[in-house]
Design a protein around this ligand. Structure first.
Ligand SMILES: C[S@@+](CC[C@H](N)C(=O)[O-])C[C@H]1O[C@@H](n2cnc3c(N)ncnc32)[C@H](O)[C@@H]1O
Length: 380
């Protein structure tokens, strides 16, 4: 077993740094798993693919890749990151968009505002928009979003530019009035200077183009392979029985992260690609595994009977917080479904690698790795 501690390693090579994402898996760990437990041409599945680390590494190593995620923004990011895209095509698409955006902003400044420009500059309606975005930033984002949506260009380039737009908002230094959006609860942040949306977008595109070039160059070192990114639920995958050679995934943890909350500030500006309102997006949050949202009446305590590890963790939590006990029980049972589904789709004698680590909820140790291993007992 080689050293699997990747602390201090560069985790942003190839396209891995195209967009921030909470709880990304270190690509070196994925690379190790794929290299040692599959062969070129094999099919690798990630049922909770997030921003696509597994898909990128599978593509770099010449494996066919299938990624599922319940989150539409994750799927957009994962798709863009895992498919090579020529820089000259990006340059053309980006050039046309930025020309149009700059013209519109100059017209707005000069006061020559046509009805059409008014429409392009109309800010989407959503709760607390004025709180999270200053008016000038909101108008610039609306104009940018409009031109990314309608300017003629290859669809793959358009998706790349949508990811660039999203990454100006969901960033450590966001154009929104918030900081560290992806990794923590949003908190208000007052900019000392008004963020320049066009300049931030230009910087993001410049960095992303370099990263995409690196990805394309590295892709050239192995045979081309197909990557499929699909919407769906890891508890019921649309994948045939015994068709996958390796599963590699890093699932969410119990009550740790709320992906819709982490992403919602980008959603209003991406309506044309995601076809979602913020309200609809947030309404789907209870279906995410590990979420704190939705009903926590389930599970029936009896459903954990016979699983010593899971029941003892939940019983300890019950004394501290019955709500967290129930949410954690629900998480364990959801993950049981995911593990059974992985077993169904894997070919005989093939492997599933599930990256989890112990955590704490209300000061109670949650040995998720041990609980997930214990489900093996119930397998047919
Ligand atoms: C820890 S993240 C995966 C990160 C990924 N390995 C990466 O490096 O970007 C877990 C993912 O599980 C997804 N997820 C949560 N519930 C799901 C479900 N029921 N079906 C599929 N995906 C789900 C979340 O949207 C999130 O993207």
């Amino acid at each position: 077993m080689p050293e699997l501690n990747f602390d201090g390693h560069n985790t942003l090579y190839a396209s891995h740094g195209l967009h921030a994402y909470a709880a990304k898996c270190p690509p070196q760990l994925v690379r190790y798993g794929i290299r040692y437990y599959s062969r070129p041409g094999d099919t690798v599945l990630d049922p909770m693919a997030g921003s696509g680390t597994t898909l990128v590494e599978a593509r770099l190593l010449g494996r066919r890749a299938i990624g599922y995620d319940i989150d539409p923004l994750a799927r957009l990011i994962a798709g863009v990151k895992s498919r090579p895209l020529e820089d000259s095509a990006i340059e053309r698409g980006y050039g046309s968009v930025i020309d149009r955006v700059e013209k519109d902003l100059a017209l707005l400044k000069s006061g020559k505002i046509s009805e059409a420009l008014k429409r392009r500059a109309t800010v989407p309606v959503f709760k607390n928009c004025d709180y999270w975005f200053s008016p000038k930033v909101a108008v610039a984002l609306s104009i940018l979003s409009h031109h990314v949506s309608v300017t003629q260009m290859a669809e793959a380039v358009r998706k790349f530019l949508w990811v660039a737009l999203s990454s100006t908002i969901l960033a450590k230094k966001s154009v929104a009035n918030a900081r560290d959006i992806i990794h923590s609860r949003h908190h208000y942040y007052e900019h000392s200077e008004m963020p320049d949306v066009v300049a931030r977008f230009a910087t993001r595109v410049r960095i992303m183009r370099r990263q995409m070039e690196d990805f394309c160059r590295r892709c050239g070192e192995s045979d081309a392979s197909e990557v499929a990114v699909r919407g769906g639920d890891a508890r019921r995958l649309g994948v045939g029985d015994e068709t996958v050679d390796l599963v590699f995934t890093s699932p969410p943890y119990a009550t740790a992260l709320d992906y819709p909350r982490a992403h919602f500030l980008a959603i209003p500006w991406m309506h044309d690609i995601l076809n979602l309102t913020v309200e609809k997006y947030l309404a789907k949050a209870p279906r995410y595994i590990g979420t704190e949202r939705g009903s926590c009446k389930e599970p029936d305590p009896k459903s954990l009977e016979g699983y010593k590890k899971a029941s003892s963790v939940v019983a300890k939590l019950e004394k501290q917080s019955p709500r967290h006990a129930r949410l954690t029980g629900r998480y364990f049972l959801d993950m049981k479904k995911v593990l059974f589904e992985m077993q169904r789709v894997l070919r005989r004698d093939k492997y599933a690698i599930v990256v989890v680590c112990p955590s704490h909820i209300r000061k109670i140790a949650i040995p998720t790795h041990e609980v997930l291993q214990s489900w093996e007992k119930g397998w047919a």
